[in-house]
Ligand binder design. Structure first.
Ligand code: ASP
Ligand code: MG
Length: 412
């Protein structure tokens, strides 16, 4: 019998009506002859509420107890979903992570899945159970403690189950009807993509398109799990949503598939540091130790034997970065003349696997920005992506200009 994984995010299980609506979609797949593994998130807002309770109780909280508390939201929706299905005469049973068991590392609040043994669920399916409802986001470490997989982790739970149970597909039901060429709030020319490759989705996910947890896409790519992103508030047809799949399944790829942005970036420049072997290590090691997520890096020769080093990081980490660099300066590990923080920048990126075989994408991007008078502050590229830092006030304009120049309103 074919297996399907269906994941419902927080807004899709926000109240009993919505849980019933989601259960209706599950019932339809059961009627189509599938055995279904349903993965649920907590009701929307619930996890934030639980995190706030933990923080209000204990500012320097014990990560094991954090996980014990914040994982509980999913237990509620899993049980309610199983009950709702039973009310519809569908044999269903709920499972918390530890019951499966979904085994993880012991990195509390950011645990990684190590194994999902299939025998427990398989035995139940063999006995006639049609739907296993799994509490997403949670697992169990080797020492028996409950763990969580990081915010948005139910996506990763769903993909991991699809891989472990060799599911035909993993359907991610959410509050948008698919993956768009860009954020529809920024331009009404944004289009839903029928298909997108894992590689592109990975770039878009990590660049700030928040449809899927990045790790879930990595996992889907590694295990070739076909992922479909679709709305739980619309009727489902064969062509609903966006299929995230391997390149081979995409006939003719667009040169550029999407424009992504990340609003809250900062650009930091160390002015005039000694240009010597080891200088980059001396700068970026203390930043890494301070937990600063450095993204783009540019090194310029300024004058004889001196260089300027520029990097970007989330705007919320500027103070931490400054403290780490000033401390390194005081320890004599580095010697810079100035440290400039520009807190008003954003990152805009174009992504597409077609770039591998098409020259001129970067040039076209820069021309489009120039035509709008948008100054580019930093540029980085990868095989399938070009990113620029620009002033934040130009963010919408830059996204719209790039969406236009690459003809994305005609994308499919
Ligand atoms: N409930 C968790 C969160 O809000 C996990 C998830 O929904 O994916 O982060
Ligand atoms: Mg989510």
């Amino acid at each position: 019998m074919s297996r399907l994984v269906m994941k419902f995010g927080g807004t899709s299980v926000a109240d009993l009506d919505r849980i019933r609506n989601a259960a209706g979609k599950v019932a339809r797949e059961v009627a189509n002859g599938h055995e279904v593994i349903v993965v649920v998130s907590a009701m929307s807002g619930k996890t934030n509420e639980l995190v706030a309770l933990v923080e209000a109780t204990s500012p320097m909280f014990d990560a094991r107890e954090y996980d014990a508390v914040v994982s509980s939201g999913e237990n509620v929706t899993a049980g309610l979903m199983a009950l709702t299905l039973q009310e519809m005469d569908i044999p269903a049973r709920s499972w918390q992570g530890w019951q499966v068991p979904l085994k993880t590392t012991s990195a509390h609040s950011a645990a990684r899945i190590t194994e999902i043994p299939t025998d427990n669920l398989d035995a139940k399916f063999a006995e006639g159970m049609k739907v296993a409802v799994i509490a997403g986001f949670q697992g169990i470490a080797e020492d028996g403690r409950i763990t969580t997989l990081g915010r948005g982790g139910s996506d990763t739970t769903a993909v991991a189950f699809a891989a472990a149970f060799d599911a035909e597909r993993c359907d991610i039901y959410t509050d948008v009807d698919g993956v768009y060429t860009t954020d529809p709030r920024i331009t009404d020319k944004a289009r839903r993509l029928d298909r997108i490759s894992y590689e592109e989705m990975l770039e878009l996910a990590s660049l700030g398109a928040k449809v899927l947890q990045t790790r879930s896409v990595e996992l889907a790519m590694r295990y070739k799990v076909r992922l479909r992103v679709l709305s739980s508030f619309e009727d489902v047809t064969e062509n609903s949503g966006t299929l995230v799949c391997s390149e081979e399944e995409i006939m003719e790829s667009n040169v550029v598939s999407g424009v992504a942005y990340s609003r809250d970036e900062a650009k930091m420049t160390l002015v005039s540091v000694a240009d010597r072997p080891g200088i980059a290590a001396a700068i970026f090691t203390p930043l890494a130790e301070a937990g600063v997520n450095v993204d783009m890096i540019v090194q310029n020769i300024s004058e004889e034997g001196r260089t300027d080093m520029t990097f970007s990081c989330p705007v919320g980490q500027v103070a931490r970065a400054e403290a780490a660099l000033n401390a390194a300066q005081e320890r004599g590990e580095i010697n810079f003349r100035g440290l400039i923080a520009d807190r008003d920048v954003c990152k805009v990126s174009v992504v597409g696997i077609g770039m591998r075989s098409h020259a001129g994408v970067a040039a076209q991007m820069f021309q489009a920005l120039a035509a709008e008078g948008v100054n580019i502050k930093v540029i980085t590229t990868s095989e399938i992506k070009v990113s620029v830092l620009v002033d934040r006030k130009y963010m919408e304009l830059a996204v719209q200009a790039l969406h236009d120049t690459f003809g994305l309103e005609n994308a499919a």
